[in-house]
Write a protein that binds this ligand. Structure first.
Ligand SMILES: C[C@H](O)[C@H](O)[C@H]1CNC2=NC(N)=NC(=O)C2=N1
Length: 101
């Protein structure tokens, strides 16, 4: 899988504006209504990750979740990360969570 260089990544990030990062990895932090909702989001993301065979690193702090995406095997950010970012955005939206800014 092709790793995005800085220019390509910058262009990709324009399509997933809630994500930021660099060529090593991208991340997004969200805040859920409560801890249970945060864990439900993690559970749904786990399903999406298994389906895609592509897995995020997830940091859980009470109701704040941070998702980190990179393609370990490729050593950078690839289209698999951008695809999973879009899936995570949809899941987060479906649970009414918002970006923690
Ligand atoms: C064997 C299996 O396909 C690999 O280990 C997959 C699983 N999930 C993965 N997830 C991520 N983020 N990067 C990978 O390189 C990766 N590799």
């Amino acid at each position: 899988m092709t790793v995005f260089d800085d220019d390509a990544l910058h262009a990709m990030l324009a399509g997933i504006p809630q994500w930021s990062g660099d060529s090593k990895g991208i991340s997004r932090t969200v805040e859920a209504a409560d801890f249970r909702t945060a864990i439900m989001i993690v559970d749904d993301v786990a399903e999406a990750a298994e389906e895609a065979n592509h897995h995020p690193d997830i940091d859980i702090r009470y109701r704040t979740l941070t998702f980190h995406l990179s393609t370990h095997s490729a050593g950078g950010v690839t289209s698999a990360d951008v695809d999973l970012a879009r899936s995570i955005d949809a899941i987060v939206n479906s649970h009414g969570a918002t970006s923690d800014t």
